[in-house]
Design a binder for this molecule. Structure first.
Ligand SMILES: [Mn+2]
Length: 406
């Protein structure tokens, strides 16, 4: 508050505002590009924002503008509360530059975000990281519509869809508001790709910091890099379980130029993850196809070929992964065979059946400390029958069933 000037706050106008002043009405309009919200304000407010174009303290403002301290106090409180003016000396000011837009058709009819939530579903409607199709951006909207159209409220009886063990594990999650739907990351067409990735990272960091388990719904696979980076900052011994037909460590001629402002893409996000010190080991399941003919594992990368895993599952082999370490799970739906899941931009023949994925989950996931997960590359543009959405929905529920909640 401005009354306490012993340590003057350093304030700056949010860089994500579109401000206009109407000569006719004399009123100003502030449009927050990040949140999509707009505010009608008096010209005084606009002058205050103008003053804070560059970082400044309020002392300067009081001298400069000849305003009453009460008036200024009110104005600054209003501007800061709405994320229009940032206090650069306050820890966590960055969170006001990002936003998640709530949705009305929340998945499974769960609550909107609140502090008691333990598992938080967040849509990341971003598809520009996939060079073949941007359709993955539609999936967070699509899966919620699917949930609503099928009246999937999952308050009780619907659990009979699943085997008893899965149903038993899911029930506590749907009680007492432990699972919430946060909405979608707000993405504006004006934003650079690098900036959008930075926002994903910020939103993920806030959730990890608050001790929540985020369940991200993509989006193409490039989104997983900022999400895993945020997880690894919170959990320095992070292990990643990666389901995919692809290793996503591919080079591209675009990597050497700043192609469309991209910092990485769907085909090399794992290269970037392996470079993170806090990512300890990465276990890849389902790798196959001609794109991987010459695949060699890098340090920390453990490739489990699809045909090899299928055979091992038949023989009842136990996969040996470390216990008592935090895991992040990234699930590219193309790990499934295209006959099971056709709706993805880069299908690869010879993938897992749904039964194999269930078996693999049951082998790998019980008792693990899963700190977050994502499901990516489901693409409604290639999914006229909704088969992909059905399967992705089942994967989402099954992954959630292994989470540890209080
Ligand atoms: Mn893939």
């Amino acid at each position: 508050m401005i009354t306490d000037v012993s340590v003057p706050s350093l304030l700056q106008r949010s860089p994500y505002l579109d401000i206009s002043l109407s000569a006719q009405t004399g009123k100003g309009t502030i449009f927050n590009i990040i949140s999509g919200k707009s505010y009608e304000v008096s010209p005084v407010i606009i002058s205050i924002l103008d003053f804070f174009k560059k970082p400044a303290t309020i002392d300067g403002l009081l001298v400069d503008m000849d305003l009453g301290a009460d008036q200024v106090d009110q104005a600054l409180t209003y501007l800061q509360k709405n994320g229009l003016l940032l206090d650069l000396s306050e820890e966590g000011w960055e969170r006001f530059t990002t936003d998640v837009i709530a949705v009305k058709n929340r998945i499974f009819g769960v609550d909107a975000y609140h502090d008691r939530a333990e598992v938080v579903i967040v849509g990341i409607p971003f598809g520009k990281g996939n060079g073949k199709s941007m359709g993955g951006a539609e999936f967070p909207f699509h899966i919620r519509e699917f949930s609503q159209n099928n009246n999937l409220l999952l308050k009780g009886a619907d659990f009979l869809l699943f085997d008893r063990l899965t149903a038993t594990r899911l029930q506590p999650l749907f009680r007492g508001g432990k699972l919430v739907d946060y909405g979608n990351l707000f993405i504006s067409a004006n934003e650079s790709t690098a900036f959008i990735y930075a926002k994903m990272h910020q939103v993920a960091s806030q959730l990890f910091d608050a001790g929540k388990i985020p369940a991200f719904i993509g989006g193409d696979h490039s989104i997983s890099y900022p999400l895993i980076k945020a997880a690894a900052e919170q959990y320095p011994n992070l292990h990643v379980i990666h389901f995919d037909a692809h290793t996503d460590t591919y080079g591209s001629r675009y990597d050497h130029v700043n192609h469309w402002g991209k910092v990485h893409h769907y085909g090399n996000f794992m290269t970037k993850c392996l470079e993170l010190d806090n990512v300890q080991e990465v276990y890849q399941f389902g790798i196959r196809g001609f794109a991987n003919a010459g695949a060699k594992a890098r340090p920390k990368q453990h490739i489990r070929w699809c045909h090899q895993v299928s055979e091992q599952l038949r023989q009842g082999y136990r996969f040996d992964l470390p216990d008592d370490v935090p895991y992040y799970v990234t699930f590219d739906v193309d790990v499934l065979d295209p006959t099971v899941l056709p709706g993805t931009a880069t299908p690869v023949a010879g993938g897992f059946s749904l039964a194999e994925v269930k078996q693999l989950f049951d082998q790998l996931l019980p008792g693990r400390k899963i700190v977050g997960f994502d499901i990516v590359e489901a693409n409604p543009a290639f999914d006229p029958t909704d088969l992909t959405t059905q399967v992705a929905m089942e994967i989402l529920l099954r992954l959630m069933s292994y989470l540890t909640i209080s």
